[in-house]
Write a protein that binds this ligand. Structure first.
Ligand code: HEM
Ligand SMILES: [Cu+2]
Length: 641
């Protein structure tokens, strides 16, 4: 049953034609470069982040091939440094966060019953900046100038004396550039979720995925400035002779670590939280019931986002900070497992009380729970300072955080990919291929990373390009390497599956799984305007609620069709009472131009072409002025409450 493409009493054929005329874009190069449609931007984020994942994964395969045998000579030490640094940096900054932003961009407006994000042009800008910053960083690798001091870039190893060349300038400038994208995306999510929810979607009816995205966006807004400050100071120290991190001139080395981890620990949750939101979105469709304990899960999400700011020192237990502070941060790190546990128990209860439909998205959710819980155990072990002292900078840590990051982010993302593929592409995926991909990925993951706990405990340090032939290290390292190829095969099959879906998949109905959130009440793929009639929401599960169909079908009020322009509805923040209709922007090339001017500026800074940097700064200012010039406002369309 499609509630969207057939005209009904509330929305006539004429309305549909006008909606299409306002929102549709005829395919052309210009349209492609200037679109502000959240669905297209969301898809681009997913594809681009996926591409960076493949590059970072290939770097990992080279590392694993090098480490498969002792004293192997495949890569030189300097190359190895760049490989693990680009791998970690790209996985965290260019894959995990943008991938989740991709899901958020595609889904948040659909889930809350809106026609677009609150700031569609800012959204397009965020994508272009992400693409350019990603290319900016990856382009350094073929020149042998890629970041080479790990994803956390500690000084003094990153300073000018110890690390000449462009490596750490690429790191500092690349992350500053990228931060512009992440920040604008986060602000957009916050305003969208607060102001554009469908009438009736009061805070206690907001889907858990949207809660997770909003909490994440708040964490980004508060955490990212610390990283930006760190990188700005690093660049100034390296290029312009300041001494923020130089103790011989009154600077402080630990300042880098504090600022980095004030950002870095919340960042773990910035990566994992929306992924957990995906789990809460996927489960209802495959258990045939809502997630148990909605209010508790929301409280868990909110409290994690706050507590995560209070535990950063647990990444610094091996520094000489005062013992008392260790006790405090050790306790806080233990406490944060409680809200995480609440969510896990809510999902387990949902699965126990529901009727399981064992399709591929649910398989990935189960894979996630198994892997993530194991990663959580080892994490709790680090909260004990004495244990941490023994294992820091060994492969035990590498094992732990891959269990958390792959378990907590990649498994849920793959669940999300298969779950929403019919909605995004309008076609069904091949179940058999998908199952093979799951089993290869799951087996490969554990074969690769479980042995790392062992050789980590046997003392093998991380970030070494090779090692002597020591019993217990060599054998297990070979196992890890074989596992990483299985894992890569799983990723390859996923890509094959997506291509197969696009080429050969059967056409998907609007709601193939029986999902509960509003995106399933739109066509697959959704019309450019998302909803012919903006829905009115009466419960937490609007698609399961017959009253939603009534309020978008025959007899729906005409003031929620809004076909007189690119329009959507504004509602109040808490109880989502209808306020008024707002005009949404047309497509435009300005976001691309602004991002391009920034790319020129950052490249000029990197290569020390300072006059060009000044020109780029002027271009940025000019583009901003044109962009922000007050438009002539169209008359506002009045709507009743
Ligand atoms: C897809 C399979 C993956 C493989 C085979 C893999 C392999 C590796 C290896 C071998 C290292 C250790 C380098 C060293 O210490 O010498 C490493 C480091 C790292 N990996 Fe992965 N990884 C994978 C996926 C991921 C994902 C999905 C993420 C994050 C979302 C990630 C984040 C990191 C980080 C942050 C580091 C630390 C880099 C540093 O030491 O600064 N990895 N990985
Ligand atoms: Cu942490």
């Amino acid at each position: 049953m499609s509630t969207t493409s057939t005209p009904s009493a509330g929305v006539g054929r004429e309305d549909l034609e006008r909606l299409a005329a306002h929102w549709e874009e005829r395919p052309s190069l210009r349209a492609w470069l200037s679109t502000v449609d959240h669905k297209k931007i969301g898809r681009r984020y997913l594809v681009t982040a996926g591409f960076f994942f493949v590059l970072a994964g290939l770097s990992a395969l080279v590392m694993r091939t090098q480490l498969g045998r002792p004293e192997s000579g495949l890569v030189a030490p300097q190359e190895y440094n760049q490989l693990f640094s680009m791998h970690g940096t790209a996985m965290v900054f260019l894959f995990a966060t943008p991938m989740l932003f991709g899901f958020g961009n595609f889904l948040v407006p659909l889930m809350i019953g809106s026609r677009d994000m609150a700031f569609p042009r800012l959204n397009a800008f965020g994508y272009w900046v992400f693409l350019f910053a990603g290319l900016f960083m990856w382009a350094s690798l073929p020149f042998g100038a890629a970041p080479n001091n790990g994803w956390f870039g500690y000084v003094p190893l990153s300073d000018e004396q110890n690390n000449p060349g462009l490596h750490m300038d690429v790191y500092a400038l690349g992350l500053l550039f990228l931060g512009i994208s992440t920040t604008s995306g986060a602000i957009n999510f916050i305003v969208t979720a607060l102001k554009l929810r469908a009438p009736g979607m009061s805070l206690n009816r907001v889907p858990l995925f949207v809660w997770a995205i909003v909490a994440t966006a708040f964490m980004v807004v508060f955490a990212l400035p610390a990283l930006n400050a760190d990188n700005a100071m690093l660049f100034l120290d390296r290029r312009f002779g300041t001494h923020f991190f130089d103790p011989s001139h009154g600077g402080n080395v630990l300042l880098w670590q504090h600022l980095f981890w004030i950002f870095g620990h919340p960042d773990v949750y910035i990566i994992v939280m929306p992924a957990l939101g995906i789990v809460s979105a996927v489960l209802p469709a495959f258990t045939r019931r809502g997630v148990v304990g909605y209010v508790l899960v929301v409280l868990a999400i909110v409290s994690i986002s706050i507590i995560s700011f209070g535990v950063w020192v647990h990444h610094m237990f091996a520094t000489g900070l005062p013992q008392l502070s260790f006790s405090f941060f050790s306790a806080a790190s233990t406490i944060i497992t409680i809200p995480s546990g609440v969510q896990i128990f809510a999902w387990l209860a949902t699965m126990l009380l529901g009727r399981l439909v064992l399709r591929v998205p649910l398989l990935f959710v189960i894979g996630f729970i198994v892997t993530f819980v194991l990663g959580g155990f080892t994490g709790a072990m680090f909260a004990v300072t004495a244990f941490d002292q023994q294992t820091t900078d060994t492969y035990f840590v590498v094992a732990h955080f891959h269990y958390v990051l792959i378990g907590g982010a990649v498994f849920p993302m793959l669940a999300g990919v298969y779950y929403w593929l019919p909605k995004i592409t309008g076609r069904m995926y091949h179940e058999g291929l998908a199952r093979w991909a799951f089993w290869l990925f799951f087996t490969g993951m554990h074969v690769t990373f479980f042995p790392m706990h062992l050789y980590g405990l046997f003392g093998m340090p991380r970030r070494v390009y090779t090692y002597p032939n020591i019993a217990g290290w060599a054998g297990w390292n070979l196992v890890s390497t074989i596992g990483s190829y299985l894992l890569a095969l799983g990723v390859l099959l996923t890509i094959v599956g997506v291509v197969h879906t696009l080429r050969r998949g059967r056409p998907a109905p609007p709601d193939p799984w029986g999902g509960d959130t509003l995106e399933w009440s739109t066509a697959s793929p959704p019309e450019p305007y998302n909803f012919p009639v903006l829905p009115r929401v009466h419960s937490l599960h609007p698609t399961w609620d017959a009253r939603t169909a009534e309020s978008t079908g025959p007899g729906a009020s005409a003031d929620r069709v809004l076909s007189g322009g690119r329009r959507t509805l504004l509602t109040s923040e808490l109880d989502a009472r209808q306020e008024r209709a707002v005009a949404m922007p047309e497509s435009t090339l300005k976001p691309l131009a602004l991002a391009g001017a920034l790319l020129l500026g950052f490249t000029a800074l990197l290569l020390a072409w300072y006059p060009v940097a000044v020109v780029a700064a002027l271009a940025v200012a000019a583009t901003l002025a044109v962009w922000l010039w007050p438009p002539r406002l169209p008359e506002q369309e009045e709507v009743g409450p």
